[in-house]
Design a protein around this ligand. Structure first.
Ligand SMILES: *Cc1c(COP(=O)(O)O)cnc(C)c1O
Length: 388
């Protein structure tokens, strides 16, 4: 059996090596290292793929979130609501801009922001909501957009983990993750579903004026050379990364299908195990359908319901099966983000999830032998009933 990896970037590279090497060599020949033709071509291709009017490439996903918030003109003291159960980058940029992060609990099935908790947290100071599309599946955007509209709030999608995912509204309309709010941020960190070979990120919006503002902010606040109209940042995607991303974007749907296929195999193997909760599909899907893109499985995350999660992590380590706990500590308990307004009773789900979740190896190169070894090892350890 091939050595199991959490993310197998080498195996994926082998398949596209000739194409990627040639396009990188081309960038080296032309020496257009920053904002070159590759960056513009990638930007256009991603706009077409997503069905969004503007993609603004930048240096990483954290910058993308920060620049999105700067572009909306949020002011110190404005409250921004986001999920307690997410990667720290989301709340970090809110705090950095001296906005006030307001953390709320999540849904126990989707792990995404709980619309009821969200609406309860709104105050007259609230200006924006950041739904995070965690682990590859969209937050309940129908509810989030409705709440935002009623309370006149901006919606900033953190789409670092769900690029390529579809969201289906109740009226049947489908939209890609990252195209539903006022603005969205994504990351091209190597392990993301669309990852480059270094750092990269992008901001998406359908708003022409906001896109213009954002393009200046990423470039030192310049709209005309050496005229600095606003305080900006320096945040660029380089041409070598754009060349890599073009090759991978043309394969993104296939990559996501391969992740979904691995997820189907995992779920089939775990379904009889009462101590394991497999990932639930939002959008009312009962199973991981072959042709539907509602979940792109950035992570395949189980809940271990019998208190054995930490023991399982240790056991998998002994069996050379990598795994991850995303995320082990709720943000409201992180030193940097403590706030007297937070009360434990407001976060029952987050507090439970941090004790139960475990993410299994998930990438485009998993084979049946590896999946069988992983699922058998997990099932044996988590007391699979003998009958199934
Ligand atoms: C990865 C990630 C980010 C940050 O992206 P970087 O490119 O690493 O800065 C932000 N939010 C979430 C949810 C992420 O998973």
């Amino acid at each position: 059996m091939k050595k199991i990896q959490m993310v197998d970037l080498n195996g994926q590279y082998e398949e596209i090596k000739d194409e990627v090497n040639a396009s990188i060599a081309n960038v080296l020949e032309t020496a257009a290292f920053v904002n070159g033709p590759e960056v513009h071509a990638f930007q256009k291709e991603l706009e077409d793929y997503l069905g969004v009017k503007h993609v603004i490439p930048c240096a990483n996903g954290t910058d993308a979130l920060q620049i999105a918030m700067m572009g909306l003109g949020l002011k110190p003291g404005d409250e921004v609501i986001t999920a307690n159960f997410t990667f720290a980058a989301t709340v970090e940029v809110i705090a950095l801009l001296q906005l006030t992060p307001v953390l709320v609990d999540v849904d126990p099935n989707s792990f995404n922001i709980d619309p009821l908790a969200l609406e309860k947290a709104i105050t007259p100071k609230t200006k924006a909501i950041v739904p995070v599309h965690l682990f590859g599946q969209c937050a309940n955007m129908e509810a989030v957009l409705d709440i935002a509209k009623r309370h006149n709030l901006y919606v900033i999608e953190d789409n670092a983990q769900a690029i390529g995912a579809d969201y289906t509204f109740q009226n049947g309309k489908k939209q890609k993750a990252g195209t539903m709010g006022h603005v969205a941020a994504t990351s091209f960190f190597p392990s993301k579903n669309l990852g480059c070979y270094g750092d990269g990120g992008a901001i998406f919006t359908n708003d022409d004026d906001l896109a213009h503002t954002l393009r200046g902010i990423v470039n030192h606040g310049m709209y005309e050379r050496y005229h600095h109209d606003v305080v900006g940042v320096n945040s660029r995607l380089d041409s070598i990364q754009a060349a890599v991303l073009r090759s991978k974007l043309s394969r993104l749907d296939d990559y996501n299908a391969r992740r979904r296929e691995a997820a189907r195999s995992y779920t089939e193997a775990f379904e009889g195990n009462k101590n394991i909760m497999v990932p639930k599909m939002a959008n009312g899907c009962l199973e991981i359908c072959e042709n539907c893109d509602c979940h792109v499985f950035h992570q395949y995350t189980l809940r271990i319901l019998n208190g054995q999660r930490d023991a399982l992590v240790k056991h998998l380590g002994e069996k050379q099966i990598p795994c991850g706990v995303y995320y082990p500590i709720p943000l409201h308990k992180q030193k940097a983000y403590q706030d007297e307004r937070y009360q434990e009773k407001d976060f029952p789900i987050t507090n439970q999830l941090v004790k139960e979740v475990i993410s299994l190896p998930m990438h485009t190169e998993l084979d049946d032998e590896q999946i069988t070894f992983i699922t058998e090892t997990v099932n044996q350890f988590v007391n699979k009933p003998l009958s199934s």
